[in-house]
Design a protein. Structure first.
Length: 86
C-alpha cells in the first residue's frame, strides 16, 4: 500500500479522506486521486470531499477526526489550491 501511496500526487490523509467519502478501498481511492488531481474540477471535488468529511465528523462529535481532517485540508490547500478563474 505504501508503494501505491508514494506513487500518488496526494498524501495518505488525502487518500484516506477520498476512501472515506466515496466508501472505497484505499487502493481504489489512490487510483481515483490521480484522476481527480488532473483537472480543476477534480481538485474542486477533492476540496469538497474533505470539507464534507469534516462536517460529518463534527456532527458525529468526532473532534479528533475533525482536527485530523483540518490538517489534511490545510495540506491539500498548499499542494492543490482551489483553481482561480481568470
Amino acid at each position: 500500500m505504501q508503494d501505491l501511496i508514494d506513487y500518488c500526487d496526494l498524501d495518505r490523509g488525502e487518500i484516506e479522506a477520498i476512501a472515506e467519502h466515496e466508501h472505497l478501498p484505499m487502493a481504489i481511492a489512490a487510483e481515483l486521486s490521480e484522476v481527480l488531481v488532473c483537472s480543476p474540477e477534480g481538485v474542486c471535488q477533492l476540496h469538497a470531499m474533505i470539507i464534507e468529511n469534516m462536517q460529518h465528523a463534527l456532527e458525529a462529535g468526532q473532534n479528533q477526526r475533525v482536527l485530523d481532517l483540518m490538517q489534511t485540508y490545510e495540506h491539500l490547500q498548499r499542494t492543490h489550491p482551489l483553481p482561480t478563474r481568470h
